[in-house]
Write a new protein. Structure first.
Length: 348
């Protein structure tokens, strides 16, 4: 049989298997730093193994979450500042898990691009590992997909998948009642929702991503790429005290849409908009885009990234525990009869 000369290869079609293997080797040290009790296998297999018993659970219920980073990726791609979006990816998943009362255990990522750029991909996945370290979950696997013709040069997409667990009977929300206190945990920026509107407002402003940020030190692009805050470790500590009846991660839909998700039928929330100062980024977005206050509150987190619904007699202890763990906390209001969220006062 005559060997064919100069036959086409997968690399000729735009897929470099060797580059994918090189990426796995590069990120193994970062993944290893995320190891925790329960992990049974590292990167490279067909699946990741996790032992719930070794992680300390007796009668566990599993909780799963998946999410992405949205069009915040567009800013990261256009500026080249891709290090933080991996943290965003993890935060969007694990902050949801903790709202169910679950401890995040392990994480998997999906990274897709037209042509794999090793340095860029390594920076992104090292950011994912930092997010996992910061929330106590292990990066046990993932998928890197090189798909020529699917993405313009330099573009990529991310998706994340997190699994957590809790002991049976400890799930949240539970026992939310009239008079429960609402504690707001400060955000550290826009987080990862509303960036289609952010980008539109920046376009309206006439500023470029490299322009000086109007409300903080650094360039506009860098500041808007501040990674989503990880609330897992402080909340896990506060949950040990008891008294937390519900948790709401303030993502797409803002305070207006997310808080009612943890309130039972017949109960609503009353929030004092004077309880916290609107951060500069949201004031700039509102003023530049001529946004109505109601639109701001149902689009962005407006400075509150997580809300804890707490029994009134436990509120001070829970607040103290969260503050001791590094969170900025304020009393937003309380649970009241009714439906939805009623606001008192004004942010703008």
């Amino acid at each position: 049989m005559t060997e064919r000369q100069n036959g086409i290869t997968y690399a000729d079609a735009g897929v470099d298997i060797d580059a994918g293997n090189a990426l796995v080797e590069r990120i193994k040290p970062a993944a290893k730093r995320t190891q925790r009790s329960g992990v049974m296998s590292g990167l490279g297999g067909f699946g990741g193994l996790f032992d719930l018993k070794a992680a300390g659970f007796t009668d566990p219920v599993l909780v799963a979450a998946t999410d992405g980073v949205g069009t915040k990726l567009r800013i990261a791609i256009d500026t080249g500042h891709v290090e933080g979006v991996g943290v965003d990816l993890v935060a969007m998943c694990v902050n949801d898990l903790i709202c169910q009362g679950a401890e995040p255990l392990f994480f998997l990522d999906y990274f897709a691009t037209g042509k794999l750029e090793l340095d860029q991909a390594t920076r992104i996945i090292e950011g994912i590992a930092r997010g996992c370290e910061g929330s106590g979950c292990a990066l046990i696997g993932g998928e890197t997909a090189e798909m020529p013709g699917m993405y313009p040069a330099g573009d990529f997409d991310l998706a994340g998948f997190a699994v957590g667990a809790m002991e049976r009977g400890t799930e949240l929300p539970a026992n939310v009642a009239e008079g429960d206190v609402l504690l707001g945990l400060a955000s550290n920026g826009v987080h990862s929702n509303g960036y289609s509107l952010v980008r539109r407002i920046v376009e309206m402003s006439g500023l470029g991503w490299d322009a000086a940020c109007p409300w903080a030190e650094g360039s506009l692009g860098e500041v808007l790429l501040t990674p989503t805050r990880l609330y897992v470790r402080p909340i896990l500590e506060a949950l040990k005290l008891g008294g937390i009846h519900g948790l709401a991660h303030i993502t797409g839909g803002g305070l207006t849409e997310n808080l009612p998700r943890v309130l039972p039928e017949g109960l609503g929330a009353e929030i004092d908009l004077g309880a916290w100062a609107l951060p500069g980024v949201f004031r700039w977005l509102a003023e530049t885009g001529n946004m109505a206050e109601a639109e701001l509150l149902k689009t962005f987190n407006s400075g509150i990234g997580m809300i804890a619904v707490v029994a009134a007699d436990e509120a001070e202890a829970v607040m103290a525990a969260l503050q001791a763990a590094g969170e900025t906390v304020c009393r937003l209001g309380q649970v009241v009869p009714g439906a939805g969220v009623a606001y008192r006062g004004h942010l703008l």
